[in-house]
Design a protein around this ligand. Sequence first.
Ligand SMILES: Nc1ncnc2c1ncn2[C@@H]1O[C@H](COP(=O)(O)OP(=O)(O)O)[C@@H](O)[C@H]1O
Ligand SMILES: [Mg+2]
Length: 262
Amino acid sequence: MNPIEKIELDGVKNIVVVASGKGGVGKSTVSSNLAISLARNGYKTALVDADIFGPSIPRMFGIENAQPEVTHLGDKEVMFPIEKYGVKIMSIGFFIKKNQGLIWRGPMAVNAIMQLFENTLWNDIDYMIIDFPPGTSDIQLTTVQKLNVTGAIIVTTPQEVALNDARKAASMFNNPDLNVPIWGVIENMAWFTPQPHPDEKYYIFGQGGGEMLAKELNTKLLGQIPLVAEVGDAAEKGLSVYNQSNPTVIEAFEKLTETITA
Ligand SMILES: Nc1ncnc2c1ncn2[C@@H]1O[C@H](COP(=O)(O)OP(=O)(O)O)[C@@H](O)[C@H]1O
Ligand SMILES: [Mg+2]
């Protein structure tokens, strides 16, 4: 791998990427709620939706129709991020029409993402969370090569014990040329508790997958988030886990914020 020139994002102190081997495991749910949790705890927080082929952050924040304002900084055109729940947000979703799938080739997608990072006025950010697309395509690789990424969080569901995809994501971060510390694993949809039986846990997708992955990657299990219908409902309505009633879910995000900022 050739050494690639790093880009400094003005005023951004820490960059945390949220990655997974496959889609639908809860990366965007974790990214959004982690960002909201950080903001609620007093940290200046940004969230970049780098899932160029399936941006879901605008919907999860209820800002599908937001249009970032453009201004000029010298001869450079720059954008203001959209702010919601105290989080400064930028997504490729702001620039494509709903239901319009992107058929860009790798280099175009990478260019678009790099513009989101470089041409946005971030201004004084403690934590920038990046919601990655699943897998290890050009977007993840270039982002990690060009930005000074502070740490990576890997999201998995318990049944993903085949681990193969997650291993690939991890090996990208562990590549000696990139060398991004993997802070740990979040196991999402870890169990289901029926409301009338709050003391029962049903491990419908299996048990121990997150722990196993963390061990194998020589890192920590940062948290387990149960499968809760209200969590999905909140996301549909542009709300966060703080707008639903399951205390375990809220505790998981509070603990994640605490661990990350420690
Ligand atoms: N813990 C959970 N409980 C219930 N629904 C969840 C949970 N985590 C994610 N979901 C839902 O599952 C779907 C996929 O999650 P998402 O965060 O979009 O995954 P990814 O970004 O990895 O593709 C979404 O509809 C989301 O609302
Ligand atoms: Mg997503």
